[in-house]
Write a protein that binds this ligand. Sequence first.
Ligand SMILES: [Zn+2]
Length: 237
Amino acid sequence: MKKYCEECGREVETKIITQNEVYDVCGEKIEVEAQVLVCAECGEDFYSEELDNATLIRAYNEYRRRHKLLLPEEIKKIREQYGLNQRGFAKLLNWGDKTICRYENGSIQDKAHNSLLLFLREPENMRTYLTENEISLDEKQKSRLLEIVEKLEQDNEYRVGRQFFDLIFSKDPCEGGEVPEGILSEDEIVILERIYQKFKAFHSLDMSNYFPKENGYKSTNQGEIISYSHAKDIQLN
Ligand SMILES: [Zn+2]
């Protein structure tokens, strides 16, 4: 892209260079890597709205990272998971009409606001918030929100269970070490590997045929919790 350079006094070729720049974000000096459009001949800076905006966003995000603040898109995601528009979400939180809109568009949120958003990210906490605070939503909006919370809670339980299941069963634990390091001890991995090898091809019917052979199952009444003391008798054969 050609531009007129004041220094050179003529049209020149431009190029983009990378340099460190210091930005003032909420009174704090933040150094970020910036891409800058310059004259290819003399190196004079040119203004580029696109590049400057990108650098500013990077500086803001670095500030957020340092202060453990949610990113604008994370705030949006929290709002959207509850099916609320910006105004409705602000109302629920007793914040100004435009507050959520500003945060989602890149303004840095204050710490207290950030804490409340983080808290409300969990559906269980939203339920607590709805039951323990005076909410400025009408009854219809409130019951609709509670329905969504309920659904999210169920999805969460399912997801947590699913993640555990996937972690243990979806991959062969001995190949490639997919189980993240430090979560399970060597011994535990050996045990899981044995369980996996034993049951990987089992269907529910195989399971219900197998269980009655185990002592723990045989000596526990229907509906009671099987004691860990039976672990030493497990056949796994
Ligand atoms: Zn120049």
